[in-house]
Ligand binder design. Sequence first.
Ligand code: NAD
Length: 513
Amino acid sequence: MTQVAEPGTPHAHIPTPGRVSHWIAGQSVVGTSGREGPVYDPATGLVTRYVDFASANEVSAAVAEAKAAYPAWRATSLSKRTDIMFRIRNLVEAHRTDLAALLTAEHGKVTSDALGEIARGLENLEFACGVASLIKGGFSEQVSGGVDVYQIRQPLGVVAGITPFNFPAMVPMWMFATALATGNTFVLKPSEKDPSASNLIAELLAEAGVPDGVFNVVHGDKVAVDAILAHPDIAAVSFVGSTPIARYIYETGTKAGKRVQALGGAKNHMIVLPDADIEMAADAAVSAGYGSAGERCMAIATIVAVGDVADPLVEAIKARLPKITVGPGSDPASEMGPLVTKVHRDKVASYLDSGPAQGATVVADGREHPLYKDSNGFFLGVSLIDNVTTSMDAYRDEIFGPVLTVMRVKTYEEAVTLINDNPYGNGTAIFTRDGGAARQFQFEVNAGMVGINVPIPVPVSYYSFGGWKNSLFGDLHMYGPEGVQFYTRAKIVTSRWPDPGTSKIDLGFPRTR
Ligand code: NAD
């Protein structure tokens, strides 16, 4: 059963299949707070489900279960936990088309992109299967007479993940794969815009043998998030979302004594030098600018065209735009789906007014696409805005939609200064044939992830993901080796097995020589 509704409008209660409930202690738990939110099919504009919003008490119930499950999970042997991680990996892989269908139905992304998201998430599960060697400590023998010192890494306890709408399957996997493998128990608060993938993942984890209470899902909004941040039994919080909320999560969580990593928004620049292969750069710009309707934190938001490359590059990008097929994500012919909500789509479209009002040139206006006007879905065609400058809203804001902007600069130095002065520092890329220029760029650019002729340099799972500046609050990046560090803490043991016959009192400070 579906209905049309605007967010916040009263609606008739629709019963379970159309309801997304919490997952606590290995089972679906219907919310009792009396609060809920609509979940849309962005391709039709219809409300297809309602998601329960947790109260602080419901969050506490999930945390209590996670706390109760922690001692046994932590004590589970590494080989058994590894075995379970392999099973999770295989079940997610086996159900990837089911998961992808949920992503398309609630996020709107096209099926191939949804499958791509799951493939990148699977990498994190595969990485976590190697936990036995990832948490190996160090050992120093005979640091003093008969004394050995060694380091072990232990889990933190109950940890929480708060995730954004744009990767409803992959970002939770960034977090829980390493958290569970290292012996923590987990409470996930997914985006309320596309919550269903988390529940399917929870079911797969249960099927894989994850004990009840080790992985829990509470749905909701700020109320649930604030309850997580305030809860004394949560040791650490991983967050991915927009910068203002990331900053809030970091400040509130650390003040409450928690370990926090909070990844924020982005404005990713792609520099194109005059010597670059124009066709290759144009293909990359179009793929990275409009893929997933621009709703990727690593999307290229702005092209920085250096010198006389600008005119031919803009022409080459423009020539590619009519070939992009926009349509429902479930249609195999579609290359770009709708945006996640109407509110977001309209905000994205507003830059097509503010841009020219502030002096930019609209080369392609996505509002001219027939689906923008003729569909109830949240569609917007691809847009290109040229001659954008740093004072314009189209540059200052993270647009997070299929609007690519072009900035024109005279020199490489000007281009790098532009990036380094930007408050975000997530990803960036350079397109050139000059190895020396690329190396210089990698050396001096202030961003956490750099692509050289690669427009979306998302690190593979055995490196860690994270930006600089306002794109990440905290010390450790997400997943990979830094994820292992985040979800564990070191304990150093100094040990002696003396001959009882040589024991004596010594009030001096322990000596090594
Ligand atoms: P968002 O910040 O609106 O929401 C993220 C999470 O925070 C959701 O679970 C949401 O329920 C919760 N939340 C929202 N408002 C809140 C509030 N006032 N108080 C407490 N919690 C709140 O982000 P979004 O729109 O879901 O996702 C898009 C954003 O995420 C973009 O800015 C994008 O760049 C960013 N993002 C960053 C990365 C990265 O790795 N840096 C990756 C993906 C997305």
